[in-house]
Design a protein around this ligand. Sequence first.
Ligand code: NAP
Length: 295
Amino acid sequence: MKSDAQASEIRTLHLGLAGWPLGHSFSPCLHNAALAALSLAGEYRLFPIPPLPEGQEALARLLDRVRKGELHGLNVTIPHKQNVLPLLDELTPAARLAGAANTLYMKDGRLVGDNTDVPGFLADLQRAGFIPTGAGEKRALVLGAGGAGRGVGYALAQAGWQVWISARRPEQARALANSLLAISTAIQSLPWQPEAWPDGCDLVVNATPLGMFPDVESSPWPLGLPFPAGACVYDLVYNPPETRLARQARSAGLRAATGLGMLVEQAALAFETWSGQAAPRQAMWEAVLAEQEKP
Ligand code: NAP
């Protein structure tokens, strides 16, 4: 989809990210690397906006800057991916069905919300080689049913997977499972009890913040609980670079990935919408890996 900035061939891109807190965000590094690699003028800035209700006015004012063309593209992260929905004129199917928007832009004079986490997750799953190639069923267990869990659940359901969703609040898991029934009947919620989780599945996804810096010793997978035989484990958490869950899975002989690839891919897809150019993924990867090395 062509954004207005792309259609009018703007060569200076003013971009940014709204969220709270934003101190450790890799997004400026990814997008500024993309601008530099393509010799585009502009910048990607952080717009820290406190959670609602405190941040309500600031969020509305920031979105008005997109409407006025002062900003050509805006990413949105925790806790505003759902908060922006009522402020937008249009949602892409991915944003509507995932119930969250992370990429905003003007299109034909209307403020559009897209969700690049959804294709970003699927692209990284493919890159990691975690998508079974046989003709049989593809089965996934998704842990967590917040903003990211919704995007992952939607992506997998859309791609024909059988999906189990487990979250510590059963009503949250049920609500997500029910909303995904519009896409597929192979969706079920499970209690947040390891004994209820399936023994046989092809993919386990962590969509909770368990394991994320600074709480790096936590994991959604209880110590000593066997993983489903042969499953791949995808942890959306990318800080630290190797999470406790990824270590547990690898020491059980399984393949595991953390979420940096999804982060790069969702950024690349947003950048392509805003700029109209193929994202320089290699430059974006190099920049984020260098940033990750920093103390
Ligand atoms: P969220 O909307 O706050 O949802 C988090 C989910 O995890 C909710 O179901 C939450 O339950 C559950 N949860 C939180 N703490 C828990 C705990 N101690 N034990 C069990 N469940 C717990 O957050 P999100 O936006 O979905 O993000 C989740 C994680 O994914 C974060 O670490 C984020 O950085 C990562 N993420 C990565 C990417 C990427 O590109 N790699 C993209 C998006 C998100 P409650 O609602 O009951 O708290």
